[in-house]
Design a protein around this ligand. Structure first.
Ligand code: NAD
Ligand code: DAU
Length: 351
């Protein structure tokens, strides 16, 4: 039987990795994306001529459009990735985050529920709604400890608060209405096709152009880095085999201080594209005003996903970051046009 998946946010960073993976694996894929500043159809060039791929430009907050998409495409699986995703932008303008992440998720859930209720018993049994979320809902860790699925929610930014709200809605639609859902919460992703507002692509492109490398505070904050294709593999597994009503944490077991990440990128670039006039790129590091409400440390215990579903990441941080730097060096045609949308200026500094 051909499997049919409706992916929201499939023109984004993680969504496009999921779409590329599922199209190649033979799924029938409908990508529903509003194409905000972060949406980029060029991230799908490798698969967009495939007969099992189609695209719909629509807002998840548009109930009528979601209803028609579900009724005509008739997916067995919805993978919900569409979101406003950047913490710094949520500090400057939280409204879009509430609208898409909270109201949009509510609208999509309502339409998914209506659709599911209209299916026959066999199709109802096969249907799943997979909600993709973040480890930021758990708040901030101290020196020790890891986020587990039972860690209490304590979101600190407008972004993480909006994602926490969406997680609670999804959980409630399972318990109250019986919608068959599964959820996952992931740590920081990195890899190809990452929009250059985020730390890793911003550092790579600024280092290439000899521009300052902004590090918030003293660069001591810790993130747990996961290569995006490892995340996409985990998402396919969770969506198809995760237990209904459960959530799964996904992490790379790659904790790094931000300053280490930036120094590692500088060293790789000095080796791959040495620039005698520039000298060592570490000299470009500039400590800037900290992010308001900056969470100190994120780190994931992905034991449940490993023990129940058998997932482990295949990239180490060292192998993944080398691949990532090489990808940006080889794919200027992807990132050059993005300069017109975002000039890599500091966002979210004022709070
Ligand atoms: P992204 O910002 O790169 O992409 C988001 C996509 O959603 C874009 O294509 C955008 O056009 C689309 N979109 C935004 N609003 C929409 C709307 N109202 N209707 C339809 N489409 C809309 O985000 P990403 O980094 O790929 O993150 C994807 C998901 O994974 C998000 O839910 C995010 O919260 C979650 N997540 C991200 C990370 C990470 O490190 N990037 C980690 C954990 C979880
Ligand atoms: O943990 C998962 C989250 O990871 C996802 O839910 C978010 O969607 C995703 O954007 C990411 O959030 P972060 O805020 O951790 O990612 P960002 O790349 O913005 O920042 C990573 C770290 O680097 C963070 O501690 C802030 C710091 N930073 C960021 C930028 C853009 C800098 O020091 N300098 C910078 O210029």
């Amino acid at each position: 039987m051909t499997r049919r998946v409706l992916v929201t946010g499939g023109a984004g960073f993680i969504g496009s990795a999921v779409v590329r993976r599922l199209v190649r694996a033979g799924w029938e894929v409908l990508n529903v994306d509003k194409l905000t500043y972060a949406g980029n159809l060029a991230s799908l060039n490798e698969i967009d001529n495939s007969p099992n791929y189609r695209f719909l430009k629509a807002d998840i907050g548009d109930g009528a459009a979601m209803r028609e998409a579900l009724d005509t495409f008739r997916p067995d699986l919805v993978m919900h990735l569409a979101a406003e995703s950047h913490v710094d932008r949520s500090i400057d303008g939280p409204g879009d985050f509430i609208q898409t992440n909270v109201v949009g998720t509510f609208t999509l859930l309502q339409e998914a529920l209506r659709h599911w209720r209209g299916l026959d018993a066999a199709a109802q049994k096969a249907f799943r709604f997979h909600h993709i979320s973040t480890d930021e809902v758990y708040g901030s860790l101290g020196e020790d400890g890891l986020f587990r699925e039972d860690t209490p929610y304590q979101p600190n930014s407008p972004y993480s608060a909006s994602k926490a709200a969406s997680d609670h809605l999804v959980r409630a639609w399972f318990h109250t209405y019986g919608l068959p859902v599964v959820m996952s919460n992931c740590s920081n992703n990195y890899g190809p096709y990452h929009f250059p507002e985020k730390l890793i692509p911003l550092t790579i492109l600024n280092a290439l152009e000899g521009k300052p490398l902004p590090v918030y505070g003293r660069g001591e904050n810790v993130r747990d880095w996961l290569y995006v294709d490892d995340h996409a593999a985990a998402l396919e597994l969770i969506a198809t085999t995760g237990r209904l009503g459960e959530s799964y944490n996904v992490g790379g077991n790659n904790e790094r201080r931000n300053i280490e990440v930036v120094r590692t990128i500088c060293a790789i670039m000095d080796r791959l594209v040495p620039d005698a006039a520039l000298g060592a790129r570490e000299g470009l590091i500039t400590f800037v005003t900290d992010r308001p409400g900056h969470d100190a440390r994120y780190a994931i215990d992905a034991g449940k996903l490993k023990n129940e579903l058998g997932w482990v990441p295949s990239e180490t941080f060292e192998s993944g970051i080398e691949k990532t730097v090489r990808w940006y060096l080889d794919n200027a045609a992807w990132w050059e046009p993005l300069k017109a949308r975002y000039d890599r200026a500091r966002l979210g500094a004022k709070g």
